[in-house]
Design a protein around this ligand. Structure first.
Ligand code: ATP
Length: 298
């Protein structure tokens, strides 16, 4: 089954196209990450899929319904973590989850949610005294309390420290493991790499990539060549222009000539090649090259 179908979706604000004719599908059970620079149209797309905003044109089906006409039963099958939320501060975590559970026909047991968000020990702590990372996990808990088939997460880990982000990732992975389809936006490429089966890249309202993280990395056709440069070493101009920080860095589809030049320079200068690395680019490198290339064509 297909959880989400988007066909030729556009959204205009006045005569500005925030979303400009995008099409994609999300099969049941997938985790799909929507990436893109600020203003690319990610949140607008999510708002349309969630039923909060009206499309200007195009077709959108979410769990078999038009999100603008999905009724109570449809809404109870969907969980949301918005970009920013303000939680009630007075109740404890368990009290808040219990309150929200009453709104749904088929809620998850509170203990199961506490376990999924890794806050069992803190269940009786007041929400207002929790850290930012713990509060974000309470957001996730509220989004999953109704036992949703589909979860929308808008930048779920923005502002969290690395440990808190990893805990959020673990929760998202466990949720997906229990069958929930997940569409998330993120500015963290490592997050997309870790969680997503597929990555959609939006740029200026258009869909410029739709592929697995591995395919995206391979799509660039380039390799990274890196070599730490000892301080005080003179470099010929052809190499000096590739210095970034303390290292020489090349993103190239011509690895052999680059290595040949490096080896010949190292031989002439008596520099060792300790630390030389040749490998695929990171997802972030490819993402940046896709979005920069696209920006040039806009
Ligand atoms: P970010 O990464 O910063 O959250 P985004 O990809 O989620 O960005 P959107 O919030 O979808 O981007 O915004 C897309 C474009 O639409 C932006 O240029 C934004 O200014 C514009 N926009 C969004 N909402 C409105 C609105 N209500 N009225 C007018 N323009 C809007």
């Amino acid at each position: 089954m297909t959880a989400i179908t988007v066909d030729g979706l556009t959204k205009y604000y006045g005569d500005f196209a925030a979303v400009d004719g995008i099409s994609f599908e999300v099969p049941d059970g997938q985790v799909v990450a929507v990436l893109g620079p600020n203003g690319a149209g990610k949140t607008t797309t999510l708002e349309i899929l969630e039923g909060f905003a009206e499309a200007t044109s195009g077709q959108v089906q979410v769990l078999g319904a038009n999100p603008r006409r999905g009724g109570r039963a449809w809404r109870s099958r969907i969980g949301l973590v918005l970009q920013s939320t303000s939680l009630e501060t007075e109740p404890t975590i368990a009290e808040l989850l219990t309150l929200f559970a009453r709104l749904y026909p088929n809620p998850r047991p509170i203990e199961e949610v506490l376990d999924l968000i890794d806050l069992t020990v803190e269940a009786k702590v007041r929400v207002g005294t929790l850290s930012g990372g713990q509060q974000r996990r309470v957001d996730l808990g509220l989004a999953m309390i109704g036992n949703p088939d589909l979860l929308f997460l808008d930048e779920p880990t923005t502002g969290l420290d690395p440990e808190a982000r990893r805990r959020c990732w673990a929760t998202i992975e466990r949720l997906n493991g229990s069958g929930t389809t997940i569409l998330l936006t993120t500015h963290y490429l490592d997050e997309a790499d870790k969680l997503a089966d597929r990555v959609l890249v939006l740029s200026a309202g258009r869909l410029v990539a739709d592929m697995t993280p591995a395919a995206m990395r391979a799509s660039s056709g380039v390799s990274l060549v890196r070599l730490p440069v000892p301080p005080g070493i003179a470099l010929p101009p052809s190499l000096a222009c590739h210095v970034i920080g303390q290292e020489l860095a090349f993103q190239t589809d011509q690895v052999v000539p680059v290595l040949t030049e490096l080896i010949s320079w190292a031989d002439r200068s008596g520099v060792g090649l300790t630390g030389l690395e040749v490998g695929p680019p990171s997802l972030e490198d490819v993402y940046l090259s896709i979005t920069r290339k696209d920006a040039v064509h806009v």
